[in-house]
Write a new protein. Structure first.
Length: 239
């Protein structure tokens, strides 16, 4: 974007003030960053020291933030109890990664998967970061004919139940808690597909990842074939 910057310059004696440097401040008034990652890298070192009262705008979430002396807080458009969109995009092919979506700004996130259309009936697998071990949980599915099935997940390679796609569509909601903290990450999943023949074709479940890893990204992978759809990621406001 035209206003995006990666530094907040600090000018010292005998430094040449260029037109380009001047235009950054004159053009925006408030520093504009692509993500929280570029925001955090822009302060300190040879740049301006981060201090209480600093403002910024994040393109990834379309919010204005201020630094309170200890952490970044959101001015708007978030309101109390709101979900704030922090990223997302289209699913395509066999695997799609969403980067720089988890940060210190929020502790809990909701991943909304909609319009899921598979090349065949398939499951979608969700992995946090590059972790392909230590996923634990349990899922229960109830079919249109009342069939009940239970599924266990013990030291799995992904969240491998509860997200489905068919040629007629599918959708799911995945809540992820504490992904950015260096502690256990918890999740719960709710979904349904469009199978009318009976059997357990939807699932609700929960679990955790048994490590203390901080994550900023996740990947959606198909169990087979390919899938298209839409992913929207929201952070739960802390106030």
């Amino acid at each position: 974007m035209a206003n995006t910057q990666t530094t907040v310059p600090l000018f010292v004696a005998n430094t040449v003030l260029t037109a380009a440097s001047q235009n950054i401040s004159a053009g925006t008034g408030v520093p504009v960053f692509a993500t929280t990652v570029t925001r955090d890298a822009a302060f300190g070192g040879s740049n301006k020291a981060l201090a209480e009262g600093q403002l910024c705008y994040l393109e990834s979430t379309n919010v204005v933030q201020y630094y309170d002396g200890a952490a970044w807080a959101t001015v708007g458009p978030a309101t109390a109890g709101a979900l704030v969109r922090v990223g997302g995009g289209s699913l395509s092919g066999a695997a799609t990664t969403f980067s720089s979506v988890f940060s210190a700004t929020y502790d809990a996130y909701q991943i909304n998967l909609s319009n899921l259309v598979g090349s065949t009936t398939l499951s979608l697998l969700l992995t946090l970061g590059s972790t392909i071990t230590s996923y634990y949980g349990g899922f229960v599915g109830v079919g249109n004919d009342g069939t009940v099935s239970g599924y266990g997940l013990s030291n799995g390679t992904s969240i491998n139940r509860g997200i489905y796609a068919t040629t007629n569509g599918g959708g799911a909601i995945v809540n992820v808690i504490n992904p950015f903290l260096t502690s256990r990450t918890f999740f719960n999943v709710s979904s349904r597909n469009t199978n009318t023949a009976g059997g357990a074709d939807g699932a609700n479940g929960n679990g955790f990842v048994d490590n203390a890893t901080s994550y900023t990204a996740f990947t959606i992978t198909t169990s087979s074939g390919t899938c298209t759809g839409t992913c929207n990621i929201y952070g739960f406001s802390l106030s």
